[in-house]
Design a protein around this ligand. Structure first.
Ligand SMILES: Cc1ncc(COP(=O)(O)O)c(C=O)c1O
Length: 446
């Protein structure tokens, strides 16, 4: 009998399945966070769920402070609110000794409401409306001026109040980084910074007390900080010689890399992320070798992501599984890019919280939004997860709970596991009433 014709097909080779080269690496299963079972967390607080670890926050903070204070005698950390302004997170850092670093009137008020005295609030950013600039300057906050318009405002405020005002200035310079962070502050290379200081002192109403510089974000090379600090010291010496200004603090901003995986990064995160010691060595070495012991300025750190990123995970659950036309297996989870804004630039780690065997396959992980761009991970090896299975996504502590979007879904519970094992809801899941509280339907619509 004539055989039926069957169309030939090419099967894609999936690296995670046993093949002639042997067995793939075994899947790691993480079924608990800080000793609390994921199943218990979901049972009590639902899925998706952000989980913070108080223990990890304290460990990270200690590691950063140890690295710097062992090498330099005058160090102060200031918690970067925009990185994460959940009250419980800020409070944990403040209780450890951190000041507050804010970039808006909203954040300034947040810090004050948490009991931070203005003298311990560093006010940065390119937009400080007159009223809040006046409040911050008259209350004694540490304001780092971003540009000439702000400088004129500061001068006007000094004139209005009849008192000179203390300010710091933000500086930028060419350091060979891509992208260059040149939109903030005054440029040293072009002479703009020098001219700004000259203008400020000649008005007689401004006291310049500090220099600030945030070189950029996710800086994998500690030597960038060495170069920046060198330039800041040179600049402080120039203005000392020219205008007899003594700089009391040098603020190096944030930007240390966390252990997240940047999209496009080739090497494993652990191999490319510098330890806090490497950053501290570069900065302290430069300061100590260029400045006499009695004249050392206070070194301010505004480290955000490198402290908090690894202290939070997002628990999510698989809501569907499908095969794409390409042959790729896809899982759809209940947390999307609305909750995980950082998935636009990181390939987060996604770990199964249940045992589905060790055979893995490349997967694309989608969120629940009705949008093609809702991709949490474009390609990751996972076992054959099934509907209802939980996964742990991390690290997610930096910039997600400030940049998350209210879109299609309500935002879920956020909990913190205390050092003592207690679990506390630090932000309640949103409700429809909460979401629509500020909305009004015009009366004419009936
Ligand atoms: C002025 C300033 N300080 C601190 C930070 C915190 O940076 P990171 O979270 O990268 O440490 C930022 C972030 O953009 C910043 O702009």
């Amino acid at each position: 009998m004539k055989k039926l014709y069957e169309k030939p097909f090419i099967t894609r080779h999936h690296g995670g399945i046993i093949n002639k080269f042997g067995e793939p690496p075994r899947t790691q299963i993480y079924d608990s966070i800080d000793g609390i079972k994921v199943s218990e967390l979901i049972g009590r607080f639902g899925s998706p769920l952000f989980v913070y670890s108080e223990k990890k926050i304290k460990e990270q903070y200690r590691r950063l402070l140890d690295a710097f204070t062992l090498r330099y005698p005058k160090v102060q950390h200031s918690w970067s609110y925009k990185t994460n302004y959940l009250k419980a997170v800020c409070k944990t850092f403040h209780n450890l000794g951190s000041w507050a670093e804010v970039v808006s009137d909203m954040e300034y008020e947040m810090a004050k409401k948490l009991g931070i005295e203005p003298a311990k609030i560093i006010f940065n950013g390119p937009f400080k409306p007159y009223h809040i600039l006046k409040t911050a300057l008259t209350e004694g906050a540490m304001v780092n001026i971003d540009g000439m318009d702000e400088l004129y405002d500061a001068e006007k405020i000094a004139h209005e109040t009849g008192n000179p005002v203390n300010i710091g200035i933000r500086l930028n310079m060419s350091l060979g980084t891509y992208t260059a962070w040149d939109r903030f502050g005054f440029n040293i290379d072009s002479g703009e910074a020098y001219r700004a200081v000259k203008r400020a002192v000649s008005g007689g109403k401004i006291c310049l007390t500090g220099l600030h510089c945030h070189v950029g974000t996710f800086m994998l090379d500690p030597d960038i900080y060495r170069m920046a600090v060198k330039r800041l010291i040179e600049f402080s010496k120039l203005i000392k010689d020219e205008f007899d200004i003594t700089i009391k603090y040098i603020d190096i901003g944030g930007g240390f890399a966390s252990r997240n995986k940047l999209k496009g990064a080739y090497l494993p995160t652990d191999e490319i992320t510098p330890a806090f010691d490497s950053y501290a060595e570069a900065v302290a070495d430069e300061l100590l070798s260029a400045i006499k012991p009695g004249e050392l300025p206070l070194l301010i750190l505004e480290t955000g992501r490198a402290l908090i990123d690894e202290c939070a995970s997002l628990i999510a659950s698989v809501c569907a599984v499908k095969r794409l036309p390409s042959g790729m297996r896809a899982v759809i989870i209940d947390a999307g890019v609305n909750l995980l804004f950082t998935s636009f630039w990181y390939n987060h780690n996604i770990l199964p919280a249940v045992d589905r065997g060790y055979v893995t396959e490349d997967h694309v992980v989608y969120g629940p939004l009705c949008m093609q761009i809702d991709v949490i991970h474009p390609q990751i090896k996972l076992p054959h997860l099934e509907k209802g299975d939980a996964v742990i996504i991390g690290p997610v502590g930096a910039y997600n709970n400030t940049q998350w979007l209210q879109f299609i879904q309500l935002r879920p519970n956020v909990v913190m596991i205390g050092e003592n094992g207690d679990i506390s809801v630090i932000r309640e899941a949103e409700t429809l009433e909460y979401l629509q509280e500020k909305e009004r339907v015009p009366e004419w619509m009936g």
